[in-house]
Each structure stands twice: as structure tokens, then as C-alpha cells.
Design a protein around this ligand. Structure first.
Ligand SMILES: [Zn+2]
Length: 114
């Protein structure tokens, strides 16, 4: 069974190698869409939504400067960074992160699928 959770966070970045307006400091309200797979437990849930939301939120760089976390914080690199952090945390609970979508606007996202 898969569950899907949508979280959001605000963070600033700049793209140092980009020739255009995104070279300069700016921010987004990023949307992170998680698809998580696991067995249905005795309580009828894959994982308590409240618990998994808290876990996911603890890894999201809310109100941070993304360039402090990585050299070139594109949506693609941010998706890879968060996937690498969150996937092992979910695995300790018997859950698999199948898909992570990082939306930097309403119409542009990077998608990482396992
Ligand atoms: Zn941007």
C-alpha cells in the first residue's frame, strides 16, 4: 500500500551557475510530495499520518538558505538531497520512499522515483 503526503516549506536560494534571474537571491514556498510504501499494520494504517508528517517535517529546510546545504540548490539537487536524508529514516520504520516531488512553483517540479 502506498500513502501520499504533501508538505510545504519556505526557503531561499540562488543558483550560482545559472545565467538568468535565478542567479540572484530569491525564495520559494516549496511543495514536497512524498509517496511512501509499506505494509498495512494491525491498526489498519501503513503509518500514522500524524507521525509520518512530523518525521518528514523534521527534515525539511524551512526558513533556511538552501545554499548553506548544497552548492547548487536546484529543485533537482534538493530532491536528491532530501531523498537521501529521508529515505533511510523511513526505512528504519519499515517504510520505503518511492517518489519525492519537489515543486518550486505551481507548474515546475523535479521528481525522483525509486
Ligand atoms: Zn528559485
Amino acid at each position: 500500500m502506498k500513502i501520499k503526503l504533501i508538505r510545504s516549506f519556505s526557503a531561499a536560494h540562488r543558483l550560482p551557475a545559472y545565467d538568468g534571474p535565478c542567479h540572484d537571491l530569491h525564495g520559494h514556498t516549496w511543495k514536497a510530495v512524498f509517496v511512501i510504501e509499506g505494509p498495512i499494520q494491525k491498526d489498519g494504517m501503513v503509518c500514522d499520518f500524524k507521525a509520518v508528517k512530523a518525521l518528514l517535517d523534521s527534515y525539511l529546510p524551512d526558513h533556511q538558505f538552501l545554499n548553506d546545504l548544497m552548492e547548487n540548490p536546484t529543485a533537482e539537487n534538493l530532491a536528491q538531497y532530501l531523498f537521501d536524508k529521508i529515505s533511510p529514516a523511513l526505512a528504519t520504520r519499515g517504510l520505503t520512499l518511492k517518489t519525492l516531488e519537489i515543486w518550486e512553483s505551481d507548474n515546475a517540479a523535479a521528481i525522483l522515483e525509486r
